[in-house]
Design a protein around this ligand. Structure first.
Ligand SMILES: C[S@@+](CC[C@H](N)C(=O)[O-])C[C@H]1O[C@@H](n2cnc3c(N)ncnc32)[C@H](O)[C@@H]1O
Length: 599
């Protein structure tokens, strides 16, 4: 077929969205032009056209390294070909080489200034801005810009910001008692970013709390990971990201006690996004070629175990469930006194951002809470029966519950009250008061215990005990039990603020960056503010102090550099989530914080 015909057919197929076929036609076109027996100078424009258009086809197919190769082929023949430059920039972006994408967009904007018309220019400026943002995230760990922009009324951003991956001051090592864990490689301040992890694979299923639906989602994850492993195995020695994927899956499937340190404690190079690696570290080395992950058989049994044991579930909007697999988060151990705060964000993927919750020293193990830890020991253990956490708090509580009978009965009342919660809505006025009083009596008993028999505990130990009884405080804030501000005296309100203040301070000392504490603070703050007494809000004893604590929590969860305006919005929005925060619902809370647009 004549080259012109091939070119026309390629264009036609491209316009119809048949990108695979279009790429084939452009390949045939390139070949037939190259084979033609005439001067190379004469063929140059046609070859540039062929390579450049095929690059565009590859971009549509998300085959970015091939797109880059073609764009570069075209530019070698004609370094002034604008479209090839733009395609090269896009290919860099697709490969997540954001630093190079920034450079390529800047080159276009500088060298082709006179050829760009308005729409072109606008589009390129936006692409450059997006690439710069991605670059800041993946190399510097700066995510606040995207969050600020999302919440800025002046911006038209409606989608939650896309969070690219980032790996900061973290390494994998063996712990003394709980297998592998993550450790800090330098001293850290509260709110500092540790790493951001996107799900390797996500499946969306309609939310149905039953066995069949769980099986279906596990099967879908299993099929997806199996396909990805097979593909990665084919190209792992040419493509470093595929090798990274294999190492990550092998690490998740690795058993502990460890058989092979190399496989079970892989270098962070295998977890770091390419844009965060030096160009030397991105290249496949001899050590990579002999990496044990390449010899791993990735049996169905191993992949099934990964899916079953390592899957994270999130509630999505529209009553759907998003189930995902993560690499680094799965290597971090649990503690009921965590030092890491996590937020989850749903955008096109699901991103988890991990930040230091408190001051952390170089070499400290990094631990976060796998589940809601604001409840008594037995309720915590019920969330994850196979774990049996032995952190300092669990050990303390176990001893106290065995030796201090009143504490044990308070714990069982606490759980019982909480389980009765769904029926609170239908109570009469009198029953509500009675129930509320029961909670208040329990809280007073707890206070007396801590002031007398348990007075020997240190302050942080007392806070650990208080944090285990938060359910009493939360019940006081259930819509069915909470006091209507108009109907109560200033003394009542101040008493309630004092109660919540003790509770949220304890929660924050035990688990800095607690979304449940934030929701409780914001809830009472706005209840007082919206009441008829709102003018005097600042005079209420303790209200300012809990507001300050709420702000502190937001900055731990979302970074210390967030604009004040954004922090204010997140604080006001947090009051809306208290109703939907059930046990284990803390992941949902921040998902929602970002998911809903506006206030
Ligand atoms: C998500 S993995 C964490 C990484 C794990 N240590 C490894 O080597 O793969 C969770 C498993 O780690 C162990 N683990 C994590 N936190 C623990 C804790 N606080 N107490 C006891 N075991 C824990 C349990 O075996 C648990 O099933």
């Amino acid at each position: 077929m004549a080259p012109e015909r091939l070119r026309e057919e390629g264009n036609y197929l491209f316009s119809k969205g048949e990108y695979h076929l279009a790429v084939d036609k452009y390949s045939a076109y390139i070949e037939s032009v190259a084979d033609r027996d005439d001067y190379s100078k004469a063929k140059k424009p046609e070859l540039v056209f062929g390579y450049s258009n095929r690059a565009q086809g590859y971009l549509m197919l998300e085959e970015y390294s091939k797109a880059l190769e073609d764009a570069e082929n075209a530019l070698r023949l004609d370094p002034t070909h604008l479209k090839s430059w733009v395609r090269k920039a896009k290919a860099f972006g697709g490969m997540k080489f954001h630093q190079q994408a920034v450079w390529a967009y800047k080159t276009v904007l500088r060298d082709f200034k006179d050829q760009l018309h308005k729409t072109n220019l606008q589009e390129l400026l936006e692409s450059l801005k997006a690439a710069e943002k991605m670059d800041r995230m993946t190399r510097l760990g700066r995510y606040e810009d995207g969050i600020d922009e999302y919440w800025d009324v002046a911006s038209n951003v409606s989608e939650p910001p896309l969070m690219e991956e980032y790996v900061g001051p973290v390494e994998i090592k063996l712990t003394a008692a709980t297998g592998r864990g993550l450790f800090a490689t330098r001293d850290l301040l509260p709110g500092e970013l540790l790493f951001v992890s996107n799900s390797m694979i996500t499946v969306r299923v309609p939310f149905e709390d039953n066995e069949a639906s769980r099986n279906l989602s596990q099967l879908a994850l299993f099929e997806a990971i199996k396909r990805r492993v097979q593909n990665a195995k084919l190209e792992a020695l040419e493509d470093f990201t595929r090798l990274q994927f294999l190492v990550q899956v092998a690490a998740l499937g690795g058993s502990y006690p460890t058989e092979s340190l190399l496989r079970d404690c892989p270098s962070m190079r295998y977890f770091t996004p390419l844009n965060g690696l030096s160009s030397k570290d991105r290249k496949i080395t001899d050590d990579d070629r002999t990496h044990p992950a390449l010899d791993t058989d990735f049996s169905d049994e191993m992949l099934r175990r990964i899916v079953e044991k390592r899957q994270f579930s999130h509630w999505g909007t529209n009553n759907e469930e998003l189930n995902g697999l993560y690499s680094l988060p799965c290597l971090m151990n649990h503690s009921c006194v965590p030092n890491v705060a996590v937020t989850t964000m749903q955008n096109r993927t699901i991103s988890k951002l991990f930040r230091a919750g408190r001051n952390i020293k170089k070499g400290d193990e990094l631990v976060y809470a796998y589940y809601n830890i604001n409840c008594p020991l037995d309720a915590r253990r019920a969330f994850f029966p196979s774990l049996c956490c032995r952190c300092a708090r669990c050990e303390l509580e176990e001893t106290l519950l065995a030796e201090v009978q009143p504490l044990k009965s308070l714990a069982s009342q606490c759980n019982k009250f909480w389980e009765e919660r769904p029926t609170l809505q239908g109570l009469t006025q009198e029953e509500r008061h009675r129930k509320r009083n029961q909670c208040l009596i329990c809280l007073n008993l707890l206070k007396d215990l801590l002031d007398s028999r348990l007075a020997f505990l240190t302050e942080i130990q007392k806070d650990m005990v208080r944090a285990s009884f938060i359910r009493f405080n939360r019940l006081l804030h259930e819509p069915a039990l909470s006091i209507a501000i108009q109907d109560c005296t200033r003394v009542d309100i101040e008493h309630e603020i004092a109660l919540i203040s003790v509770a949220v301070k304890a929660m924050n000392n035990v688990q800095p960056g607690s979304e449940i504490a934030l929701a409780m603070i914001s809830g009472i703050y706005y209840r007082v503010k919206r009441s008829t007494l709102s003018q005097e809000e600042d005079e209420f004893v303790g209200l300012k102090e809990i507001h300050r604590l709420g702000i502190e929590i937001i900055r731990i969860l979302n970074g210390p550099h967030l604009k004040n305006q954004t922090v204010g919005k997140l604080f006001s929005y947090a009051s809306l989530i208290r109703g939907v925060l059930g046990d284990g619902g803390s992941l949902l809370a921040t998902g929602l914080l970002f998911h809903s647009s506006g206030d």
